[in-house]
Design a binder for this molecule. Structure first.
Ligand code: ATP
Length: 587
């Protein structure tokens, strides 16, 4: 491409850093798209993928299991070495500034070692080398590479190398902003973002999509298909207020399945190789060696992608279950085998997306269900989800009560219509959830994103007194405030909050947040909480569902109460503003 500062194969790292600085300075989502689309036009195709990962603060595609594992101590040591300062000085500056990126910018001198400027590829190669350094001596090897890299950087380049290496670069440009910008650059029309989004939902990562649209436009994108090992965005369910509504929404008939209370897993099998992804498509294979074995042994295909819910069992049983919170104790990096024993799980499979080269997503639910039943060799610890087909509301209600008796959450109604395909990344009416809470007075539970913290006083000084929470508006790619949550936290939860939000604190409101309320501190929208509430009301303060017309009132949730952290969800997977508006209208 036409970048005068770089060859066809590479890009000066300083060009990317200029863009980082401009993104960091803007508060407007539209301006971000403009900055990025202007920039993409100058990025050589050879490095457009790694450039896209860097813009997202990553080194590789999100689903790849590559970790740099650079801790604060290693970083402090590397900055000390590269700058010639002492460890004490670096630690002191870190206490004062709270960000190793700023510390590096302050102490790193303009490089005198080499006249060669750093390039995007060079930085990328070095960071990968750090990720691959293993075994004894790996800490020293990582330190050397990092210190050398910082030595070659200018002060402002060092700031960003440090933030990327620590995994704390947050520019506020979300995936949708990036896809928007790519659509503008390479198809000249923002509306074509839908083609990029489709490819993204099918498991394409931003780097692959950037490269594809840059080389072969929309035609190239439409040829992107499922690949084992590339997680597919998960389909989500709608909700209704009355059980009878299920039948109105699903005129072609429905099947009810138990709604298990565990963790959703998308399992990819290719021969002996199995990988497992969470709701937000993180690679969590290492946490579930038991499930890996079962997918290997009980899925009768060479290649397959299946989805299911892993539920914690009472040890020594195969049909007595424990709640989600127990299962979450398996979220760990160490002592995995011990926890596999202590918290055994059973996998209930409820969907199939791909088998031996064939895409199953376009098939209807009844067809997929049949394929799934043939695919799984049923055993005590893996089996298809219990399903029950009926057009009789009383029978469905009885099935719902049976689910509650077994300790599950309720039912998932699945449409049997000819067009009941698996819609990657969508929340539509071919799946509807019906939970226990819906029968009580509570409005429902919501997954909200924390956008700010209100300082605690008295008993809560030193931690956050309340958290300002928002829902997601995908049409405008922004977070709209819904409530302030201060109750429901136990002492352990409260104790965790300062550490949890330390790295999320930002000095100004994120360009993707729309809020009239001003917290003590703004946070990068990242942490998702599940909360309950008593009632939705119109509000002049909260912005949920307000739309572009700022004069109309938004919606607020009264008496919000914290239920649990949702580590398995990304901010964009929170409850949408549209869902809240729909619930309010039905009141
Ligand atoms: P969502 O996944 O809809 O964003 P969520 O994770 O908060 O939201 P719910 O809204 O309670 O969960 O319900 C959907 C979830 O229910 C699925 O993501 C899956 O983890 C779980 N689930 C349990 N049983 C089934 C089933 N039989 N079919 C589909 N999903 C099921």
């Amino acid at each position: 491409m036409k970048n005068q500062n770089a060859s066809d194969q590479d890009l000066k790292f300083s060009d990317l850093v200029d863009v980082f600085e401009r993104l960091d300075a803007t508060r407007s989502g539209n301006e971000m798209i403009e900055i990025l689309s202007g920039f993409f036009a100058r990025v050589p195709i050879a490095v457009i993928d790694i450039t896209s990962y860097f813009i997202q603060g990553n080194v590789v595609a999100e689903h790849e299991d590559v970790n740099l594992n650079i801790g604060e101590r290693l970083m402090a040591e590397a900055i000390a070495r590269a700058s010639g300062k002492s460890r004490e000085e670096i630690d002191q500056l870190h206490v004062e500034r709270g960000d190793f990126g700023l510390v590096a910018e302050l102490v790193i001198k303009n490089s005198t070692i080499s006249g060669e400027p750093l390039t995007v590829r060079r930085v990328h190669d070095q960071l990968l080398e750090i990720a691959h350094a293993g075994g004894s001596g790996s800490q020293e090897a990582k330190l050397n590479i990092l210190a050398n890299l910082l030595n070659l950087a200018t002060p402002v380049e060092a700031k960003y190398v440090v933030r990327i290496a620590l995994g704390v670069l947050r520019l506020g440009a979300g995936t949708m902003t990036l896809l928007n910008a790519l659509a503008v650059t390479f198809t000249q029309d923002k509306r074509n973002k839908k083609y990029l989004e489709r490819a993204y939902n099918l498991g394409g990562d931003v780097g692959l999509i950037a490269r594809t649209v840059a080389t072969s436009g929309i035609a190239g994108l439409s040829q992107m298909t499922i690949q084992v090992g590339h997680p597919i965005k998960m389909m989500a369910a709608q909700r209704v207020q009355k059980l009878n509504e299920l039948f109105e929404r699903m005129p072609h008939g429905l099947a009810a399945e138990f709604k298990y209370d565990g963790e959703r897993l998308q399992c990819h099998k290719r021969g002996e190789h199995v990988s497992i992804y969470s709701r937000n498509l993180e690679n969590i294979t290492a946490q579930y060696p038991d499930i890996v074995d079962r997918i290997r042994n009980f899925i009768r295909a060479k290649e397959a992608i299946v989805e299911g819910e892993a539920v914690a069992l009472v040890p020594g049983t195969t049909d007595q279950f424990q709640v989600f919170q127990v299962l979450m104790r398996r979220k760990r990096k160490h002592e995995i085998e011990k926890y596999v024993e202590e918290i055994p799980v059973k996998l209930f499979l409820f969907d199939v997306l791909f088998v031996d080269g064939e895409n199953m997503m376009e098939k209807s639910y009844p067809e997929r269900r049949k394929i799934l039943e043939k695919l799984v060799s049923k055993s005590e610890l893996i089996e298809p989800a219990s399903a029950f087909i009926s057009d009789n509301p009383e029978e469905i209600e009885a099935f719902f009560l049976e689910s509650l008796e077994k300790g599950f959450e309720g039912i998932m109604a699945k449409s049997c219509a000819p067009d009941s395909i698996y819609r990657a990344g969508a929340r539509e009416w071919s799946w509807i959830k019906w939970k226990r809470e819906y029968e009580s007075d509570l409005v429902d539970t919501f997954d909200v994103v924390v956008i700010g913290g209100i300082a605690g006083r008295g008993k809560r000084s030193g931690t956050w007194g309340a958290l300002l929470c928002a829902v997601y508006n995908p049409e405008l790619d922004r977070f709209e405030s819904l409530c302030k949550v201060s109750t429901g936290f136990n002492d352990e939860d409260l104790g965790k909050l300062p550490e949890m939000f330390k790295t999320a604190e930002i000095s100004h409101v994120s360009p993707r947040v729309y809020s009239k309320m001003e917290p003590t501190r703004w946070f990068e929208p990242r942490v998702v909480l599940e909360i309950s509430g008593a009632e939705l009301t119109k509000s002049p303060i909260h912005t949920c569902g307000m739309g572009d017309d700022e004069s109309s009132p938004g919606l607020a949730l009264r008496f919000p109460r914290f239920l649990r952290f949702r580590d398995d969800k990304d901010a964009e997977q929170a409850t949408s503003a549209k869902e809240v508006v729909a619930l309010y209208k039905k009141k």
